[in-house]
Design a protein around this ligand. Structure first.
Ligand SMILES: NC(=O)c1ccc[n+]([C@@H]2O[C@H](COP(=O)([O-])OP(=O)(O)OC[C@H]3O[C@@H](n4cnc5c(N)ncnc54)[C@H](OP(=O)(O)O)[C@@H]3O)[C@@H](O)[C@H]2O)c1
Length: 293
């Protein structure tokens, strides 16, 4: 967006004061650089993912399905990762939107995750955008949470995002372009009953987002987290479907409602697009204001 020196000076009644004059000179000087750096396209064009090759883990149901659809609606070719075949309805709805690939595998397993990364590169040719959306959330109190559940949560929610990002980063670094969006949670920054492993995993993934930015932003790879509050998917229902548990959480959300999968998908689409080229290392809370309290 071009800055208007008149607006910057902002003094319609007389001579600009000294600091305003300084700003004006600075704006004129910057504009020389801006002419090189400014993006000469419309916002609609910058939000497009036309011909982008994207991977969405957990992309066949819940929030991930909305992300797959939003990406395909924006012109992307998408490889969705899932542990099982999607329903006929999901298959049909994705096929109607464009070109997509199903990659079956288990992100809780190291070998399978490696194979998922290889297959994604094989079917897409390259990966421009990685969305680490797949996740698991054991609901248990600290005293009884099993080590197996802890390990599985860390494997799916943190290790797999790290492994896939590392694999696809090679091409992104070579091409000097890439986007990584990690779907985390407001539970990564708040203590929440019965979510010890889940919260720790999301906090770790948010931290990984920042480290990826520190190491990769110089290669024009933007990495961000999207952190939703409760969304009534299968995961949301399991943890918060009981009004006794969900009610108090709902009461804490200033917007007075839970989120929708499409609202999370819109935020992910924005961060995956060129419209967010100068945003990196951020945690975008899609939470109706939950984290402001
Ligand atoms: N729902 C919420 O309230 C909420 C709030 C904040 C953040 N989130 C985050 O949003 C993301 C999506 O959650 P959701 O609500 O859509 O959950 P969901 O409906 O339970 O879907 C989870 C997805 O992750 C995939 N997945 C799970 N384990 C996997 C594994 N081992 N290997 C490969 N894929 C695996 C599932 O694939 P299959 O279908 O093949 O099993 C499924 O597509 C998660 O990262 C979650 O933590 C959710």
């Amino acid at each position: 967006m071009e800055l208007d020196p008149e607006t910057v000076q902002g003094n319609p009644h007389g001579k600009p004061c000294r600091w305003v004059g300084f700003v004006s000179v600075a704006v004129r000087r910057r504009s020389r650089f801006r002419s090189v750096a400014m993006v000469e396209s419309s916002t609609t064009e910058r939000m497009s993912l036309k011909d982008r090759k994207c991977v969405v883990t957990g992309g066949t149901r819940g929030i991930g399905l909305s992300i797959s659809k939003a990406f395909m609606g924006a012109g992307a070719e998408v490889a969705v990762v899932s542990t099982r075949p999607p329903t006929e309805e999901v298959t049909k709805s994705l096929t109607e939107l464009g070109k997509w690939h199903l990659i079956n595998g288990d992100l809780g397993d190291i070998k399978s995750t490696e194979a998922i990364g290889d297959e994604a590169l094989e079917v897409l040719g390259k990966v421009d955008v990685l969305v680490n959306n797949a996740g698991v959330a054991p609901v248990d109190q600290l005293e009884t949470l099993s080590v197996e559940d802890w390990d599985k949560t860390m494997a799916v929610n943190v290790r797999a995002p790290f492994m896939l990002a590392q694999k696809f980063s090679k091409g992104m670094i070579e091409r000097r372009a890439g986007k990584i969006v990690n779907v985390t949670s407001i539970v990564g920054s708040r203590g929440v009953h019965m979510h010890a492993a889940y919260g720790a995993s999301k906090a770790a993934l948010d931290h990984l987002t920042k480290t990826m930015t520190v190491e990769w932003a110089k290669y024009n790879i933007q990495t961000n987290s999207v952190a939703p509050t409760i969304v009534m998917t299968d995961m949301g229902k399991k943890a918060w479907g009981d009004p006794e548990r969900g009610g108090p959480m709902l009461a804490r959300i200033p917007a007075g409602r839970f989120g929708e999968p499409a609202e999370v998908a819109d935020a992910v689409l924005f961060l995956a697009s060129e419209a967010a080229n100068f945003i990196s290392g951020q945690i975008l809370c899609v939470d109706g204001g939950y984290t402001t309290i």
